[in-house]
Design a protein around this ligand. Structure first.
Ligand SMILES: [Mg+2]
Length: 315
């Protein structure tokens, strides 16, 4: 008799909490240049309590996650019978946007605000992509995709479909599939995808992804990615590269977290993505307890994570 495959729950938890922790600490340097990060945090940004209370940041309590993790939870709560219910995900996105959340991305809000969004989300996503002359390739789908990698089966198809609920560009779809499959292999097969395998996935979607994979592999310092460079802030391949850099070069969860947040740029999103992957790689037990214990609304997060893990374990 074949034994049924089981997910590694320590890695599942690491992925979920890693996302929230990266998001919450990354808010501390979101939209700053690296120079501004150094000026605000001379000894480095390390703790939620340090987060400066300027006009942008004081809208959130210290230790709170932002839109990245809100949207991840919209996906997580649509999990039933072993898969994510696409229509429910779209409905959850719509309901979330109706509450006028803080920090919602401009591309995402344009798509979600269309009146027929829930009935045909992909059409709405494609319309706004076409209106951008097929240039818009923001990180708004990648920032929420980590949980899709935890599903037992059909991860590639689900990651692509959930991405296209708002982001139609093949660079967005490819980056969501790559991150989700990397997490899936860690959690379900205890296996790290190689950079060769990651390139092969990328080529199925868009050749432009490959140069960012190579940059992440070859850069000795994360600063080579220029995460704070203003014209490409929010680009999906830049955020993917930050996560891949951490996957290849960071020696621990905390080392990766601190490397990303101290670069500035779209730091909450970059760290949410990178730390979901690092949490799956190094496991929940590797995340320093401070970051979990001081998450704002930690009980709410525990409730969602525990419920999801119960459903996953019952599969
Ligand atoms: Mg955010």
């Amino acid at each position: 008799m074949m034994l049924k495959k089981r997910p590694d729950i320590d890695r599942v938890r690491g992925c979920l909490y890693g996302q929230a922790v990266g998001d919450a600490l990354g808010l501390g340097s979101e939209f700053m240049t690296k120079e501004e990060v150094k000026a605000c945090y001379p000894d480095g940004l390390r703790y939620y309590d340090q987060i400066v209370q300027d006009y942008h940041r004081r809208r959130w309590p210290r230790g709170a996650w932002t839109d990245d993790t809100d949207m991840m939870l919209c996906i997580l709560t649509a999990f039933s019978d072993g898969a994510f219910d696409l229509r429910q995900v779209a409905q959850n996105f719509k309901d979330w946007a109706a509450d006028e959340p803080l920090g919602i991305g401009s591309h995402t809000s344009k798509v979600l605000w269309m009146s027929d969004y829930v009935d045909d989300p992909e059409k709405c996503a494609k319309l706004w992509w076409d209106l951008s002359r097929q240039q818009s390739a923001a990180n708004g789908a990648l920032m929420r995709t980590s949980v899709v990698g935890l599903a037992p089966v059909d991860v590639e198809a689900q990651a692509a479909a959930i991405c296209r609920l708002t982001h139609y560009d093949p660079r967005c779809v490819g980056s969501c599939v790559i991150l989700s499959l990397m997490i899936h292999h860690l959690v379900w097969y205890d296996r790290e995808l190689s950079f060769g395998e990651i390139r092969d996935i990328a080529r199925r979607y868009d050749e432009r992804i490959v140069e960012w994979i190579d940059l992440a592999l070859e850069a000795e310092e994360i600063s080579a990615l220029q995460l704070d460079e203003s014209t490409s802030i929010g680009y999906t391949l830049k955020a993917l590269a930050a996560a891949l850099w951490c996957y290849r070069h960071a020696e621990s969860f905390e080392a990766g977290l601190l490397a990303v947040v101290n670069e500035g740029g779209d730091a909450d999103t970059n760290a949410a993505i990178a730390c979901a992957l690092l949490g799956a790689k190094f496991s929940y037990s590797s995340i320093p307890s401070y970051y979990i214990d001081h998450l704002h609304d930690r009980r709410i997060f525990d409730h969602h994570a525990d419920h999801f893990i119960t459903l996953l374990s019952a599969e």
